[in-house]
Design a binder for this molecule. Structure first.
Ligand SMILES: [Fe+2]
Length: 290
């Protein structure tokens, strides 16, 4: 008997099975994920029972998301980030032993080509904002220093904008840098205190969520990517404990151990802030992602 004659008749009761039956020969993990997504989609449609017009609006929204995505702007990533999907995937894949620095999402403003800078130098190329001194240490789970680790940092300026959002206003690579830890696992640099910011609301994802009253704010933070041979790469944030909107991070990145006090100090006779951070790396484990 042919496969066609065997196939389930499509109906509301059998729709997901009818799809899964056609997909069952696929053992590729991506295909299995697609199959699961489609089965959940069928369940969702049965639960909400949209009209054809309502369903067309969903398709129109997704079409807009696709049109808003290009090389400079990734609207799909924004959709994934703002729905908590990115944070969940990160959490599932980077569970670490107690005491290790947790991963958080990388976010859309990372650049892989940040220039290496001398220890103690500033990453603020325009000098605008309250000076910030960042002192850090990279250690392993036993507290032993990790020398030669690459510490890549990037952050928003005092108005809450990244250099690649304002190519006409900020110098290239402003507030970005790569530092290398010394024999004691230490690094330090100067910067300016960042402001919190809103995620972009000029695209379909931001508009949809803003119209629904969804919080689109990100509390003030510094981004870090830390890598060293033999260790899992850390991608994480340091949050300013003084930001009153810590609890409403639109990207679900705040973890208690990543919240640090930015202490008031004086630098060259001017008010400044200082923050001390420690990053605890885990030795690379077989079968784990970087
Ligand atoms: Fe950020």
């Amino acid at each position: 008997m042919s496969r066609g004659a065997d196939a389930l008749t499509f109906s509301e009761a059998t729709s997901a099975e009818a799809f899964a039956e056609r997909f069952s020969a696929q053992n590729d993990p991506s295909a299995r994920l697609i199959s699961a997504v489609v089965c959940h989609l069928h369940d969702l449609i049965k639960e909400f029972r949209p009209t054809q017009d309502q369903w067309r609006k969903v398709i129109d929204f997704l079409t807009e998301v696709g049109h808003a995505a290009d090389e400079r702007r990734q609207e799909w990533v924004l959709l994934s980030d703002l729905t908590g999907a990115s944070a969940l995937v990160e959490d599932i894949n980077s569970r670490r032993p107690a005491g290790a620095t947790p991963n958080t999402i990388r976010g859309p403003f990372f650049r892989a080509d940040a220039p290496e800078r001398q220890s103690g130098s500033t990453i603020s190329l325009d000098g605008l904002g309250e000076p910030l001194i960042v002192e850090g240490r990279v250690v392993d789970l036993d507290g032993e220093p990790v020398p030669g680790a690459e510490v890549i940092t990037w952050q928003a300026n005092a108005q809450g904008f990244y250099e690649n959002q304002q190519p006409d206003l900020q110098p290239e690579f402003n507030l970005r840098g790569l530092f290398r830890t010394d024999a004691g696992g230490r690094f330090d640099y100067r910067s300016v205190r960042p402001a919190g910011y809103s995620v972009p609301q000029d695209g379909p994802v931001g508009r949809l969520l803003a119209d629904a009253g969804y919080p689109l704010h990100r509390p003030a933070h510094l981004h870090f990517l830390i890598r060293a041979p033999g260790f899992e790469t850390i991608t994480t944030h340091i949050y300013d404990a003084g930001d009153p909107r810590l609890a409403e991070d639109a990207l679900f990145g705040v973890r208690p151990e990543l919240v640090h006090s930015f202490e008031q100090t004086v630098l060259d006779g001017e008010p400044a802030s200082r923050v001390s951070v420690s990053f605890v790396m885990v030795r690379a484990r077989p079968g784990r992602g970087k």
